[in-house]
Ligand binder design. Sequence first.
Ligand code: FE2
Length: 234
Amino acid sequence: MGDKNYTIDALELGPAENFIYLIQDHATKQAAIVDPAWDVPKAIELMNERGYKITDILLTHSHHDHINGIQDVLDVYDAELHILKPEAEFWGDKDQKPTLHYGGDEIMVGETAIKMLHTPGHTPGSTCYHLNNDLLTGDTMFVFGCGRCDFTGGDPEQMFNTLNKIRTELPASTRILPGHNYAVKKTSTLEEQIKGNPFFHQHNVEDFVKFRMNTPKRKSPYEAELESNCGHDH
Ligand SMILES: [Fe+2]
């Protein structure tokens, strides 16, 4: 991995411990804001201090706590709003005019390429954003947790497949940047999650669905649970 030509900052904002991320492209001083919500002026202030301009809004999904600051961004910047087509259809918002994408699409923020991964399960068009060795996971994966699948549009079978894909297709060193600060630490690696995230310890879809749906609310802060402690015989 060469020198990174971007910086990612996380702001923890709002009553649900949301992480709002700012991806800043060094070469052009353009920035993307991921899931703008709650206290957007704080993000704008940071960008002004650093001389960056927000050109893009990236949504991981359309739940209220991840999008309630879109207009606050658009009031200040002429930014392009990005979302996967299946999430836009699920969202059904008529006021926004987002750019609709498909999984695998790449968004350029200045000279920084960001790939959209379609990761359904929490919502039909949930998206993880992948750049370099960083994965912004929204409510798909948390540090030692994963998004609920019992809300409208949720699907635990899809979540099982999504997590399997992430586990098998991305490098173990991938840095996980989740949508909420629910755990004992703010970020992690995929390797650490495969070892310590109980949702990676359900090895078939039936076990996973049962585990996910029987524990809609887990006690936070989440911490590592090693597989030998999970009661299964492997
Ligand atoms: Fe959500």
